[in-house]
Write a protein that binds this ligand. Structure first.
Ligand SMILES: [Zn+2]
Length: 409
């Protein structure tokens, strides 16, 4: 790699010191503060750090962190990879990730959906991976449609190779201005934000996996890759068992996307797949915490589509604890709870906690799901018999449980 200009070297070094200080003073992992300091000193730092590297950007409403991790794991086959492993997915986090791995020839960056156009322009990334778009907390369909429109503009006229999920009509529309697209049939569990054609507003007709607009020519492109339950099907029609350790359909979908991205970097499936199997937990997701013989597996769900994915992973034979907060990162408004169909929980012992437990309790009551209200997560856990229990929590509730129960086991 070529040397960074002096000013960028200094900005990058000071950013790293700020990150170290931030960690030493217990103010988080430091990846954001370090990047901010670097960007203040050298506004063009991200472009300079990205120069000369082969980068993949990963964006979606759900599954960004996990897919970033899976792709990173696969690309380690080629050499050192810089990545923002802890979900710091805005430019300061990207600066920090690249500054920490200055010599890495590869980078895999999770990118917040809204920042994708800016980060793509700045970094000139060669590969972009797009998985799904759905309402996030209080966002509504019109807002994600605007996002997809911005993706279209950003991708248009660039040589970027896009790997996109063609089972999501909005993602398909957002990706289809790109010069080169590899379509992946990654599935779509949550369909409530894609009943209308993003191109003309007409109704979308669906037959099995295929979808098409009734009023214009917009339709599902032919996929090169597909997820078929437990199997990934590659562009040559060869089938691969996705015996990964991360649970659930959503993660198998993430894995197929990761295999397609790995192949775009020249890593064939037979070399990528063993690396995907090595990933067991991503930023605390799917890890188990233990207290007094109660083993609680933590599932993160930040929005309605995420809750459906978590229901898919949760074991129907086990009791389940639900914890909902409404602090800044969660969105203050909990009306999105009404978008989730909780009836799937009927017949299971359900325990409800979190700062907004009463909002969730009302929602469950209307859905005829019996539950036990608990003041704290500790209380909910203590009410369990020794053994396993699943936990679904939204963002700050999840982080609280992780920090309270210390190191995951
Ligand atoms: Zn249409």
């Amino acid at each position: 790699m070529t040397q960074l200009p002096l000013r960028a070297q200094l900005a990058s070094a000071l950013g790293r010191s700020a990150a170290t200080l931030s960690r030493m003073t217990g103010r988080g992992d430091g990846s954001v503060i370090g990047g901010r300091v670097g960007l203040l000193l050298e506004p063009d730092l991200l472009r300079k750090l990205a120069h000369d590297r082969r980068l993949a950007l990963v964006s979606a409403t759900n599954g960004k962190t996990t897919t970033t991790r899976l792709i990173t794991s696969a690309l380690l086959e080629l050499g050192e990879v810089a990545t923002n492993a802890f979900g710091a997915n805005m430019p300061a986090g990207h600066v920090s990730a690249l500054a920490q791995h200055k010599t890495a020839p590869y980078g895999v960056l999770e990118v917040d959906e809204k920042y994708l156009p800016e980060v793509l322009d700045t970094t000139g990334a060669g590969v972009v991976c797009l998985m799904n778009l759905s309402r996030d907390q209080m966002d509504r369909a019109a807002e994600i449609w605007l996002l997809a429109q911005k993706w279209r503009r950003a991708l248009s006229g660039k040589p970027t190779h896009v790997i996109a999920n063609c089972d999501d009509p909005l993602v398909t529309w957002g990706a289809s201005t790109a010069a080169k697209v590899t379509w992946v049939a990654g599935g779509q569990r949550w369909k409530e934000d894609s009943w209308c054609c993003p191109e003309c507003g007409g109704p979308l007709d669906r037959k099995d996996a295929f979808w098409a607009c009734r009023e214009c020519t917009f339709h599902r492109p032919e996929p090169q890759w597909a997820l078929d339950d437990e199997m990934a099907v590659d562009p040559r029609g060869q089938r691969w068992l996705l015996d990964i350790q991360l649970p659930g359909l959503a993660n198998r979908s993430n894995a197929v996307m990761a295999l397609a991205v790995a192949e775009a970097f020249g890593v064939p499936v037979e070399r990528a797949l063993p690396h995907l199997r090595e990933v067991t937990s991503v930023a605390g997701r799917y890890t188990t915490v233990e207290r007094d013989g109660r083993h609680a597996r933590l599932l993160l769900a930040k929005n309605p589509a995420g809750w459906l994915e978590a229901f898919d992973v949760a074991d129907p034979q086990l009791p389940i604890i639900l914890s909902v907060n409404a602090q800044g990162p969660d969105g203050r408004d909990t009306s999105w709870l009404w978008d989730v169909d909780y009836r799937i929980l009927r017949g299971r012992p359900v325990f409800v906690t979190g700062e907004r437990r009463l909002d969730l309790a009302l929602r469950l009551d209307v859905a005829d799901v019996p539950f036990t209200l608990c003041n704290t997560f500790t209380e909910a856990l203590a009410m369990q018999s020794p053994g396993r229990v699943d936990v679904i929590a939204n963002y700050t509730a999840f982080q609280q449980i992780r920090s309270e129960f210390g190191r995951a086991v």
